[in-house]
Design a protein around this ligand. Structure first.
Ligand code: NDP
Length: 297
């Protein structure tokens, strides 16, 4: 391996420590405790784990954590009513509705009912528009975490060729907007892209968010490139059991890249850290206070 391994776990711990410092200052100097409300509908096992981790890390950072667990059969109107109450609650600065939602609930409708100022996931159409037009917004957590690691590792990103592999609303598209905001030359690749290996070979920065295990081999990587692997895929181990891998084949890519994030321990831990950061940012904005430096896009 020649590439520097970008340690997302350590980076996320540092972000959480910065968040905790800001939270303590908000309490001591202004008597304010940032609050995050997380809403879970149904009993999807992965979602339950995410929600539990979010609640735990929110409390550890000194913030108020409000968990709302609703039955799988909860009518859409009841969920919309809860969101409206959370919008109106001054103790709640951030609202996250855990996705996916059951089929009988219109997820877009629910997300667009969240007050954009409390939309710490950055999925509300207003925040999408603000980000797209380069204005102050709430930025989706996973791309924000990727950007923080890229800035930390590379400094000025301007002029670099960035390829974002994947065009989802939660990762690919906002990631591309953020990189454009950093004055990268951005290409968004997806399942219909022609000559994908050639496109990826032009990348000084590659952000892979596809959801296909080890799809990107080392010979697609430009020597010295910085590789951010967002993918989380569970595969079978030859000896039995399973393990997590990214969208990039780590071993062959690490032999060529300049720096690379591992899976697990790369982008994953940054997502919740950025959720906490967004909640502090939302709280500061709600109270007209200056925003914490280094925790926003
Ligand atoms: P989506 O399934 O919503 O999007 C996947 C994207 O990859 C689509 O744009 C799709 O193209 C593209 N794609 C699929 N197959 C290919 C292919 N063979 N060649 C080129 N492009 C392809 O996924 P998400 O964006 O939600 O997530 C991507 C990955 O990131 C997943 O593994 C997910 O688990 C992980 N993830 C990790 C997070 C973290 O905290 N670390 C947070 C969120 C996601 P098209 O649009 O043409 O279909």
């Amino acid at each position: 391996m020649t590439a520097t391994r970008i340690d997302g776990k350590a980076f996320a711990a540092n972000v959480r420590a910065q968040v905790a410092t800001h939270v303590a200052r908000l309490r001591e100097e202004h008597g304010i405790t940032p609050g995050l409300a997380v809403v879970l509908v149904g009993e999807d096992p992965a979602s339950q784990v995410y929600v539990r981790n979010k609640g735990k890390q929110t409390a550890e950072a000194g913030m108020a954590s409000f968990e709302h667990k609703l039955e799988m059969t909860t009518p859409e109107a009841e969920l919309l009513d809860l969101v409206a109450r959370l919008n109106a609650d001054p103790a709640v600065h951030g609202i996250l509705v855990q996705l996916p939602l059951p089929d009988h609930i219109d997820a877009d409708k629910v997300i667009n009912t969240i007050d954009p100022a409390k939309d710490v996931d950055g999925f509300h159409i207003s925040n999408v528009g603000l980000l797209g037009t380069g204005q102050k917004s709430m930025v989706p957590c996973t791309p924000l975490g990727c950007l923080m690691m890229l800035r930390d590792h590379l400094g000025d990103l301007s002029g670099l060729n960035a390829v974002v592999l994947g065009r989802s609303n939660i990762v690919g598209k906002p990631m591309a907007q953020l990189l454009l905001g950093e004055s990268c030359t951005v290409t968004i690749a997806h399942s219909r892209t022609r000559d994908l290996p050639d496109v990826v070979r032009g990348a000084d920065i590659l952000v892979a968010a596809v959801g296909r295990p080890q799809m990107v081999p080392g010979d697609w990587i430009k020597p010295g490139a910085t590789v951010i692997d967002v993918g989380i895929n569970r595969i079978d181990k030859p000896e039995g059991g399973t393990r997590l891998v990214g969208d990039v084949d780590f071993d062959s890519a690490a032999a060529v890249a300049g720096a690379i994030t591992p899976v697990p321990g790369g982008v994953g831990p940054m997502t919740i850290a950025c959720l906490l950061a967004n909640t502090v940012t939302a709280c500061c904005r709600a109270h007209g206070l200056s925003e914490p430096e280094g925790l926003t896009a």
